[in-house]
Design a protein around this ligand. Structure first.
Ligand SMILES: Nc1ncnc2c1ncn2[C@@H]1O[C@H](COP(=O)(O)OP(=O)(O)O)[C@@H](O)[C@H]1O
Ligand SMILES: [Mg+2]
Length: 474
């Protein structure tokens, strides 16, 4: 194809690319977005029917076509124009790969890691948009559905694809890399997220490293020098290795060991937002982040190192990072209520590293008041689940919280861990649900207090955080 738009695709072409059987008009043309949510189906689009948690997409095929979709990608017959395939994710993957291969001017970058993928992706996208038209997923649209659907939004005007790659097992990232082969790959960290499914941190590292294994010799692997398991991935790639890291307070003796992109003199303001000096081979610049928590700094450095590879100047990177906002919800959202109480809604998800990061930020924000943490359970930790909850509780007690509320039975070991810290004088409370946590906090909070709300997605604690935010106005 000679630079013209990739989509439109005729249904005949869709059938050919996916190996599907066409039931409909071969010359009908898909000109709009490919979606799996029938409510988002629009004129010229293609609706992919997948079984959801509550409903089967096939039941919504007529509604999607009524809303303007040209046809439905389906695994069983539907009473509207369709392309019948054996496997919808595989069909989406084939379509996405076709689109990428048709767009040689597009540069693909992938970001993976245990914590901070969405944050780093959102930061990177806000930098790379300065260089040209960029497509990045909304939120954590990063699995076998979200990944190809994001790629399918690219057209001939697109220059950059900034993708978030998630893995729940070996081979997942290699599969995603096959859909949109990355030239640049960023690995943030190797932590305990989904470690239960993997078996342990070394297995997590094996899986995350599939990203750098997929990179071509002409590309770059962008690795976190502060995480030994990530740095070790340098041996697994044909690509050039670029590193990033937070500079130690005492300068390292050997210059050769310095990361390519560094943050020096990291300071936090009273809301936990970092200011630092960005050091790059091309020069230095001051960055002041709008996102909260010291743990955002490595995410920002990852984004900086990627944008630098794509040609953004230190000044452009610093401006972009300083202007960048949180694009995805419920990650370290800090709200100061009218009555002087601060609520941190970090309820998007939780694993041991991200809870520690959030508790550290909580401690910082509550320097002049009391710190409370409402913690739900951390899912998918497997054999180390109990010990991980206890360790997080111990960490929280050492952070000298005034109150630690564990929500739900599975979170209870957090309190056992906290009690290991004999010197801790805070209050530990186990409650059955979010409502009970809110009740326990009611009438307790005073100006200057800070409350962190955090748990795995399944606990849905974001509602509790939002209620806490509104409470002062009632
Ligand atoms: N570098 C990091 N280290 C530890 N926790 C982090 C880091 N970056 C972000 N987090 C925290 O991890 C949680 C998930 O962040 P998110 O950006 O959605 O990551 P992911 O997409 O990998 O799940 C949030 O609570 C966030 O504050
Ligand atoms: Mg994510």
């Amino acid at each position: 194809m000679g630079g013209g738009p990739v989509i439109p695709l005729t249904l005949a072409r869709v059938a050919e690319i996916t190996g599907g059987r066409l039931h409909g008009e071969p010359d009908a043309v898909v000109t709009g977005e490919v979606v799996i949510d029938s409510r988002r189906a629009g004129p010229g689009g293609l609706f992919a029917a997948v079984p959801g948690e509550r409903a089967d997409g096939h039941d919504f095929a007529p509604a999607a076509v009524a809303a303007g979709a040209v046809a439905v990608l389906a695994t069983r017959p539907v009473p509207v124009p369709s392309v019948l395939v054996a496997d919808v994710p595989a069909a989406l993957a084939a379509l996405a790969r076709f689109v990428v291969d048709s767009l040689p001017a597009v540069t693909v970058a992938g970001i993976t890691g245990s914590s901070g993928k969405t944050t780093a992706k959102d930061l990177a996208a806000q930098l790379i948009e300065r260089l040209g038209p960029t497509i990045a997923p909304a939120g954590s649209f990063n699995n076998e559905f979200g990944h190809p659907l994001t790629v399918l939004r690219a057209d001939s005007s697109t220059r950059y694809l900034v993708l978030e790659l998630s893995a729940r097992g070996p081979g997942h990232i290699a599969y995603l890399c096959g859909i949109a082969p990355p030239r640049y790959g960023v690995v943030l960290n190797v932590g305990h997220a989904h470690a239960g499914e993997f078996g342990g941190l070394d297995q997590v590292a094996r899986a995350k490293g599939e990203l750098v294994e997929a990179l071509p010799a002409g590309g770059a692997a962008i690795l976190n020098a502060d995480d030994p398991r990530v740095l070790a991935m340098a041996a697994r790639t044909a690509a050039r290795v670029v590193t990033f890291g937070v500079a130690p307070h005492a300068p390292a003796s050997s210059h050769a060991l310095q990361p390519t992109v560094q943050a020096a003199d990291v300071r936090l303001d009273d809301l936990g937002r970092a200011t630092f000096t960005l050091l790059t081979p091309e020069g230095r610049a001051t960055v002041t982040l709008r996102l909260h928590g010291a743990h955002i700094v490595p995410d920002a450095l990852a984004a900086a190192a990627l944008a630098r590879e794509l040609g953004l100047s230190p000044a452009g990177i610093a401006d972009g990072l300083s202007a960048a906002v949180a694009r995805s919800r419920w990650r370290m959202e800090v709200h100061r209520r009218g009555d002087g109480v601060t609520i941190i809604n970090d309820a998007y998800n939780a694993n041991p590293e991200s809870v520690r990061a959030a508790v550290a930020a909580l401690g910082h924000l509550a320097r002049d008041g009391r710190a409370f943490a409402v913690l739900g359970h951390m899912a998918e930790l497997g054999a180390v689940s109990r010990a991980s909850h206890e360790d997080v509780g111990e960490f929280a007690a050492r952070a000298d919280l005034a109150g630690l509320i564990a929500v739900g039975e599975e979170a209870a070991p957090i309190l056992a861990g906290a009690r290991r810290v004999r010197s801790w004088t805070g209050e530990a409370l186990a409650v059955p649900d979010a409502a009970a946590a809110l009740e326990a906090l009611a009438n307790q909070l005073k100006p200057g207090d800070v409350v962190l709300v955090k748990a795995s997605r399944a606990a849905h604690l974001e509602g509790a955080a939002e209620q806490l935010i509104e409470e002062a106005d009632r």
